[in-house]
Design a protein around this ligand. Structure first.
Ligand code: ADP
Length: 167
């Protein structure tokens, strides 16, 4: 199984991927690490303190891999069988990212990205696999999220309606 986990920073991708990889016995790829290690980037954006990922190189790296969990902000660009999009309330994202050594600007940029479903929309529009899982992690433990994902895979997908712009 090729399972990718995407979502705004702070939604819990790394945490969930670790538990899932143990349960499903699949090797795990953290995309920020792989992008750096294998030089799968075009350049480095000093302003954002982030690598600009070369999507073609990223796809090439995963081309011959058929059993993996890949997690990261660009995971939805990798061809996969199961695409998981983790969502979390913008306030939850803010609290989680404040714990990191991010600037306030970077925290708020990500909070806004989650509010407008930036990553989820990109993921949905790019998806060409079989199983799409879109879930709210805000009030769930990582273990619970993993169970929901496994259930989603069995059911052929789960798409929770999530709209932070409402209400
Ligand atoms: P990402 O990989 O999406 O940036 P992380 O897995 O690094 O997110 O999680 C961000 C922070 O939120 C970490 O401190 C982690 O322990 C915490 N966290 C992740 N998932 C949950 C959850 N379901 N409930 C509470 N805290 C969580």
């Amino acid at each position: 199984m090729r399972l990718c986990i995407t979502g705004t920073p702070g939604t819990g991708k790394t945490t969930v991927a670790k538990i899932l990889s143990e349960k499903l016995r699949l090797p795990i790829y953290n995309l920020s690490d792989i992008v750096k290690e294998k030089k799968l980037y075009k350049s480095f954006d000093e302003g954002r303190d982030a690598f600009i990922v070369d999507i073609e190189k990223l796809r090439e790296f995963f081309k011959d891999k058929h059993r993996f969990i890949a997690e990261g902000l660009v995971a939805h660009y990798i061809p996969c069988d199961v695409l998981v999009v983790l969502r979390a309330k913008p306030d939850v994202i803010r609290e989680r990212l404040k714990e990191r050594n991010y600037t306030t600007e970077k925290v708020e940029e990500n909070v806004e990205a989650e509010r407008i479903a930036y990553c989820a929309t990109e993921a949905f529009e790019n998806f060409s696999g079989k199983v799409f899982i879109h879930i709210d992690t805000s009030n769930r433990t990582p273990e619970k999220i993993v169970n929901v994902i496994i259930e989603g895979v069995k059911r052929g997908g789960i798409v929770e309606e999530i709209d932070w712009l409402e209400g």
